[in-house]
Design a protein around this ligand. Sequence first.
Ligand code: MLT
Length: 243
Amino acid sequence: MADTKPSLHTSMSPALLHLYDAAQATVVIIDVLRATSTIATALYNGARYIIPVDSVAKCIELGRQINCITAGERDGRIAEGLLHGNSPLEYTREFIEGKILVLTTTNGTRLLHMALDKGAREIITGSFANLTAVSNYLINQTNNIILACAAWKDRVNIEDLLFAGALVERVKEHFSISCDASHIAQTLYKKAAHDMYGFIKSNNASHYNRLMNYGFEKDIRYCLEPDLANVLPIYENGKLCVY
Ligand code: MLT
């Protein structure tokens, strides 16, 4: 009998996204360290909405046009010309509630724009911070699913694969998964789940090292903790909102 379940694929890097049919899919943008963790946190703490932009120049320009917080990083550090960075811990309720956040990051917001350019049917963002919200949403989907890892400048990273694996582990019964990348992600997650911080540290993860060098250990620990900001950011009309 034909398998009538929707398909689920994992794209390990933005450089591989073209291999998948985004036009028929809900694309989950994954950038655990730290863009999609920051997005979940800002919305959880009451941001009105987030405008993800793909360049610092656009971020600054929007900051001139509307009343908003302009934020973002390049190579893990606050980008020149912006006042705020990409640390989820910056976006407390006291700071972000009721505000609009315009965000640009090296990999995460770039990938979101790539998915848009590929005509993605639907775009949501995922991170450990909103693991349950995303997995519950996927379970009820009839669209195919692409778990799209932001990676680092097209190079595969461990932390995004771990989150893809956590999602696969939670939703696998509901999808047809003929995808080695998804199986690899799931295997990796099962190996790491008992101590994800220790796992990425002992495997010398590149962005772990980069962020540690900048003093962001607290961010890393926060970003690996499940369900601290359990909302579902959905992209519509240029904005990421919680409905
Ligand atoms: C990105 O989008 O590349 C990341 O979120 C980088 C970061 O950790 O700020």
